[in-house]
Design a binder for this molecule. Structure first.
Ligand code: ZN
Length: 276
């Protein structure tokens, strides 16, 4: 096997290794909450040694791959099981701000594989029972052989500029006062650029030009990926749709509203524009 340490820290692999090692990482969930271990004020992903007692009889269990020299597994713990001591459950969103960056990435994959398993127990073609395909992250029908793969729902997210100002909007699902960039799911057979134009027009009624790719971020809540863009204002007056967006305005560096936290691509787009 080629050494990918410097190039890719995590190497995906669904095949289970022959044995469990004490230092292997276990990304365990219970009702969408991630199990973590608190050690000397630091929050880490528990190892095999920490969770030995919890993983007997897991109904959902996958090998995800290797993070450096550690095997990574995921699983779903029965709702009735209680944990104590240094172990506790926190939300995936909470964990993203406090565990190390590589573990954030693997925990997102773990959450999406478990979500995929739970939502694909039966074949969409014939209704037969699905089973894990073993050699790839897929579920295969025992009856007709149809194979389905984890679904990822792409969404665009875009920072719109007008001179040195940025358009920020308050979505009805945001906490009070929080403003962010415009975002929305890509439609069937739509280009990403058309999605950027459509979402902005629908939500705040303006037209943009110079759409440029920024970066992307997996968004495992439960199975999306955010594809980030920047765009320049072209024409129109801000008029919010009143359904999804409750308020929007142009903001400059000196009068910013409450912004999303620094772990989000939204914040990285905003910072890249206003910190110029
Ligand atoms: Zn089938």
């Amino acid at each position: 096997m080629i050494n990918t340490d410097d190039y890719m820290k995590f190497v995906s692999d669904p095949l289970f290794p022959e044995e469990n090692k004490e230092g292997d990482l276990w990304f365990l969930f219970q009702d969408k909450m991630l199990l973590v271990k608190e050690e000397m004020g630091k929050i880490n992903i528990p190892t095999f040694k920490d969770v030995k007692q919890l993983i007997d009889g897991l109904e959902i269990k996958y090998h995800l791959g290797k993070l450096k020299d550690k095997h990574c597994f995921c699983g779903e713990i029965n709702s009735a099981v209680k944990v104590s001591g240094e172990l506790k459950f926190i939300t995936l969103r909470e964990s993203a701000a406090i565990i190390d960056k590589e573990s954030v990435s693997v925990s997102g994959k773990a959450a999406q594989i478990i979500h995929f398993h739970k939502t694909n127990k039966y074949c969409g073609i014939c209704g037969g029972k699905n089973e894990f395909a073993n050699n790839e992250f897929a579920m295969k029908c025992k009856e007709c052989g149809y194979t389905c793969y984890p679904k990822v729902c792409p969404a665009i997210i875009v920072g719109i500029t007008k001179g040195d100002k940025i358009l920020l909007a308050n979505n009805k699902n945001f906490p009070e006062g929080l403003h962010s960039t415009i975002a929305g799911f890509v439609d069937v057979n739509e280009t990403l650029e058309d999605c950027v134009r459509r979402e902005i027009l629908e939500e705040v009624n303006i037209k943009v030009k110079n759409i440029k790719y920024f970066d992307s971020q997996p968004w495992p809540y439960p199975n999306s990926i955010m594809i980030g863009f920047t765009a320049e204002y072209e024409s129109g007056e801000i008029k919010v749709d009143g359904e999804e967006i409750l308020h929007a305005d142009w903001y400059s560096k000196d009068n910013l509203p409450i912004l999303p936290d620094k772990t989000t691509i939204a914040r990285r787009i905003i910072d890249s524009i206003i910190c110029k």
